[in-house]
Design a protein around this ligand. Sequence first.
Ligand SMILES: O=C[C@H](O)[C@@H](O)CC(=O)C(=O)O
Ligand SMILES: [Zn+2]
Length: 280
Amino acid sequence: MKTNYEIRYAAHPEDAKSYDTKRIRRDFLIEKVFTPNEVNMVYSMYDRMVVGGAMPCGETLKLEAIDPLKQPIFLRNREIGMYNVGGPGIVKVGDTQFELNYKEALYLGSGDREVYFESKDSNNPAKFYFNSLTAHRNYPDKKVTKQDAVVAEMGSLEGSNHRNINKMIVNQVLPTCQIQMGMTELAPGSVWNTMPAHVHSRRMEAYFYFEVPEDQAVCHFMGEVDETRHIWMKGDQAVLSPEWSIHSAAATHNYTFIWGMGGENLDYGDQDFSAITDLK
Ligand SMILES: O=C[C@H](O)[C@@H](O)CC(=O)C(=O)O
Ligand SMILES: [Zn+2]
């Protein structure tokens, strides 16, 4: 197995205004989340969230304590939330193991346990997408499925944004230090997420898009309300959303995405919305 990581620094919104396409993509887009038998991580300076993916194809992959942590064990000072977006998989943590099927989630609290990822069938590999944030106390590990979710049905087909927001690793379901994660599924015919758009300067966020057909694309919008930019994305890619940025997308097909947040509070509803007609 191999672990790859990179550090991403945070940007001032005044500076980000002048970024060209290449720079926006380099700083915010995470193109390669999954590579067979590798663990990929981006250590972001936005609330020190680590965004990554593990795709075991016959090998057992370890969640290694990458150098920027300066810790011997990944979970020593961190909690992690993850989703399996591939075939049936197993996550081993200490003496316990969790079976995660498609779209099932797992929260692991901080503490000195090693984490290993496995697939049940290397021909149909599991793909674990994860977000990790610093944590200064332990909360119990918990597998979370859609049955446990707090579901918000939003939008309409007429508005091209009919979707279910499945709030899964959130404070109504289980205690966490910082992380709040969920999965939003768009109905066929709907392509817009998070419109009207919002910001929450109390929390940063990461989006991971999947269930996007190979020949289709997602146009993710970011930036300040009156200074937006876009990033064209494919399926199985993630994007960082600074605390000053909107985060919304339209695609050429319906899709599903996983959102994860960290920062000042655990209040999902603490969002500052802007009128659709105020976007520039
Ligand atoms: O702060 C919350 C996040 O941006 C998402 O949960 C929004 C979302 O899934 C949607 O409206 O489709
Ligand atoms: Zn948000």
